[in-house]
Ligand binder design. Sequence first.
Ligand SMILES: N[C@@H](CCC(=O)N[C@@H](CS)C(=O)NCC(=O)O)C(=O)O
Length: 208
Amino acid sequence: MGIIVHHLNNSRSQRVVWLLEELGVPYEIRSYSRDPVTNLAPPELKAVHPLGKSPLLDIDGRVIEESGAIVQVLCERYGNGAWLPAAGTDDALRHLELMHFAEGSAMTPILLNLYVGRLGDAGAPLQPRIREQLASHLGYLESILRPSGHFVGDDWTGADVMLSFPAEIAVMQGGGPTWPKLAAFVASIHARPAWQRARAKTGPYYGT
Ligand SMILES: N[C@@H](CCC(=O)N[C@@H](CS)C(=O)NCC(=O)O)C(=O)O
């Protein structure tokens, strides 16, 4: 029993391992490697959950899927009042919006860009709309990052953890000069001792 993270290399589960390190919760990592040709998760993950994706978090035998749910549960159970804004405040509402925005909105143009990019010339008619939506979503994130370097309030929250992934992808794809606040946000995360401990346990992560 206890906590097990089913971790896929170069994936959204990096942010879950990072959060566990921040929270100081004991956990175990079960590592899975992407197929070198297809980049997909190996079939073993389907034995853990029918979707076969990562992250998956096993807490005392209950497997939780969806990184937003995982981050929320971890912050609620182990945050000791930190990592989530106080209930009933406007910050709590903002936090809820951004927890959903990360996977529900920001990742859509990022994934479209990835998949349609593989079509080469055949995907050209879709590219202007994808570029416009990428600029809109990432530009929105850039515009709401607070002077403190956080998305909600002036301290770390689950929303920062969730938004770390789209921000990392944006920076990794060369968007740093366009979105300097997102680049600084990512750099501040990667400089954290907890993130570095996570990186040491998971191995290489997108060139880091
Ligand atoms: N919305 C889900 C997305 C999960 C997801 O698509 N994970 C990717 C890794 S970033 C994955 O497992 N991809 C491998 C595959 O689809 O085979 C979440 O946030 O947990």
